[in-house]
Design a protein around this ligand. Structure first.
Ligand SMILES: Cc1ncc(COP(=O)(O)O)c(C=O)c1O
Length: 409
């Protein structure tokens, strides 16, 4: 990473990721651990009842973070939150037991109450759309789903004047890019709160707060944990008032990150830069390989010059890194052909998630977009022969050889 100017730290982001949690916790006369321990305790003792009373407000008399009960925050989660917050450049970060729990709390903190209006990207992660439709519409929230990757998206926001705007940095599965600067500028004009699910890009590729976004959400289950062995979520706030609301809802909804998962997330952050470098360089090579393959008609990857928003991707992501996720259309547009391809893979795993060290292949019509009809998927541009690939960190030749032999089946 070349820029040093974010989050007011003199250190580069890859160094911050490695050392972000190192100074967390007390020094000990017997030796200070370089890695914060796992604090499994559900409750915390304080020096006096007065200090306990103060701790319930979240701080010690000296103004440091204080803990009383694990659901309201625990030291292990706090180490992870501070490390992530530093690289996102926020006022504060709160962690959750899943990405969906983080999205739920963020939407509530943003003010999605009866009578509120939200404009959300039509190609959000499927469960996020279901959350809006099944939880928020029934309580009287007006939900408007729309393509927000188009040049007139900012004008649409000015016309609709929503209270909340919810987008993703890169859409699933067609890897469309949203112009964060245009959206956040329009949002400021109409005083809407902006939420961005930044799971696909991670703070290593993009830091939405630098683009004027209010709340940044991650399913940390994906790239941040990175090894497919831990589930979690996080929300970073750019504003104190939103952070306070988020803390309230996190406490009430009770979906906090466990100390054990927090430990794995903190460990994931330390190698995030290295893994993202490899995910991105592997994905770019796979995209070029697939783009010239006779069994493939189209590749969706922002790093390809033919991607409709390649220039925007260069502006937002920069440095030749476009993420680890791509999709492609098989020439033979049938479920049978897709199943044959997926069943023929020997290295890439046909499993539903993304951002792991392993290369992972999913078929949107049976996974992320299974609740939609074929016509609804077509309206979104998702064909019956569309396959999503989360490119892992294996040797690039092995990934390409595996895809090639499966495409030949
Ligand atoms: C972009 C995005 N956001 C949120 C989620 C939900 O995360 P979790 O499964 O950790 O609840 C996912 C899951 O796939 C996702 O892809």
């Amino acid at each position: 990473m070349t820029e040093r100017d974010h989050a007011s730290s003199p250190l580069h982001i890859d160094t911050q990721l490695v050392h972000g949690s190192r100074h967390h916790g007390a020094t000990a006369s017997v030796g200070t651990p370089t890695v914060p321990p796992i604090y499994a305790s559900t409750t915390y003792l304080h020096s006096s009842t007065e200090a306990l009373d103060q701790a319930f407000n979240g701080t010690t008399p000296e103004g440091e973070a204080a803990f009383v009960y694990a659901r309201q925050g625990n030291l292990s989660a706090n180490a992870f939150e501070e490390a992530l917050n530093r690289v996102e450049g926020g006022i504060g970060t709160i962690s959750f037991s899943s990405g969906m729990a983080a999205i739920h709390a963020a939407l509530m903190a943003a003010g999605l109450a009866p009578g509120a209006k939200i404009v959300a990207s039509q190609d959000l992660y499927g469960a996020s759309i279901s959350l809006l439709q099944k939880v928020f519409i029934p309580i009287g929230v007006q939900v408007i789903l729309r393509d927000l990757c188009t040049p007139d998206a900012a004008d649409f926001i000015r016309e609709e004047e929503p209270d909340v705007i919810f987008i993703e940095t890169i859409s699933n599965p067609l890897t469309r890019i949203i112009d964060l600067d245009a959206i956040s500028a329009a949002a400021r004009e109409v005083e809407a709160i902006t939420l961005v699910d930044s799971t696909f890009t991670t703070p290593y590729l993009l830091r939405p707060i630098e683009h004027g976004i209010d709340l940044v959400i991650h399913s940390t289950t994906k790239y941040i944990s990175g090894h497919g062995d831990s589930t979690g979520g996080a929300v970073t706030s750019a504003k104190r008032v939103l952070l306070d609301q988020l803390r309230n809802y996190a406490n009430l909804l009770g979906a906090m990150l466990s100390p054990f998962d927090a430990h794995l997330m903190t460990r994931g952050l330390r190698t995030l830069a290295l893994r993202m470098e490899r995910h991105c360089s592997n994905a770019l090579q796979v995209a070029h390989f697939l783009a010239q393959h006779p069994a493939v008609t189209r590749v969706y990857y922002p790093g390809l010059p033919q991607h409709p928003q390649h220039a925007l991707a260069n502006k937002l992501l920069g440095d030749g890194r476009y993420g680890g996720l791509l999709s492609f259309d098989l020439k033979e547009q049938s479920r049978q052909a897709v199943y044959c391809f997926m069943d023929s893979l020997q290295l890439c795993l046909p499993a539903t998630t993304l951002g792991d060290v392993f290369s992972l292949v999913t078929y949107p019509p049976v996974s992320s977009h299974r609740t939609l009809t074929e016509q609804e998927r077509r309206n979104l541009g998702i064909s019956e022969g569309c396959i999503r690939l989360s490119v892992g960190i294996e040797n690039i030749e092995d990934i390409i050889n595996d895809l090639d032999q499966a495409l030949r089946q």
